[in-house]
Design a protein around this ligand. Structure first.
Ligand code: AP5
Ligand code: ZN
Length: 212
């Protein structure tokens, strides 16, 4: 099954993608995580993307489409995949169609902006595997390190309140229009993202079960 997780920054895409990924045994592809790794290791793509990502703007379509094309060609995507954070523009959604990639389901996690601003300040991330936790709503077992690999959790650079505000604006202007694109294709399902992490997961599974 090929699934897209859509939603505002901090809506819980990464959190849910990780659960579904483990449950269904299919990889999650997060363009945000790939970009952060490239920035950290200083690759040419990372250098090109840094200023955009760290200010809350989108990285240019051609860079991100190139990343996805390469990643989807890898063997582990053959049995299905989850896209977390891609597509982010109608141009990216059209590029995916042009690549001949079949999408079974697009799940939009709906959270109001004011809830997001509160959530982001408590997020803690694992730089190694990309897992995200929350000091209050979704803490790691010891509250300090990643449950999966023991890496000390840290704050993301783009989680500063002023950057979160920019990211929300970018989302409403450039990403939200793709909901209509997938609605027209009969692929869009929405879930309420303002309930507990486990309740969102239950809603996500019921949507996935509904298309079997
Ligand atoms: P990206 O990494 O994709 O960031 P994002 O979309 O802004 O999403 P986040 O990862 O911040 O949030 P999330 O929805 O995954 O939430 P999470 O599960 O962590 O992109 C970063 C940047 O890279 C972009 O700004 C852009 O520059 C660039 N980029 C990436 N893809 C691109 C593309 N395709 N095109 C162009 N540029 C691109 O949850 C958030 C917090 O809330 C966590 O602390 C979590 O524990 C907590 N939480 C989750 N669910 C709940 C719940 N139900 N109740 C309470 N707390 C919860
Ligand atoms: Zn980790």
């Amino acid at each position: 099954m090929n699934i897209i997780f859509l939603g505002a920054p901090g809506a819980g895409k990464g959190t849910q993608a990780e659960k579904v990924s483990a449950h269904c045994g299919i990889p999650t592809i997060s363009t945000g995580a790939i970009i952060r790794t490239a920035i950290k290791t200083g690759t040419p793509m990372g250098l090109a993307a840094k200023a955009y990502a760290e200010s809350g703007a989108l990285v240019p379509d051609e860079i991100v489409i190139g990343i996805i094309k390469e990643r989807l060609a890898e063997d582990d995507c053959k049995k299905g995949f989850i896209l977390d954070g891609f597509p982010r523009t109608v141009v990216q959604a059209e590029a995916l169609d042009r690549m001949g990639v079949r999408i079974d389901l697009v799940i939009s996690i709906e959270v109001r902006d004011e809830v997001i601003v509160d959530r982001m300040s408590g997020r803690r991330c694992c730089e190694k595997c990309g897992a995200s936790y929350h000091v209050k709503f979704n803490p790691s077992k010891d509250g300090v390190t990643c449950d999966k690999d023991g890496t000390v959790l840290s704050l993301r650079k783009d989680d500063k309140p002023e950057v979160v505000k920019e990211r929300l604006e970018t989302y409403h202007k450039q990403t939200e229009p793709i909901k209509a694109y997938y609605e027209a294709a009969g692929k869009l399902q929405t879930v309420d993202g303002e309930v507990s992490v486990d309740d969102v997961t239950a809603a996500v599974y019921s949507v996935i079960d509904g298309i079997h």
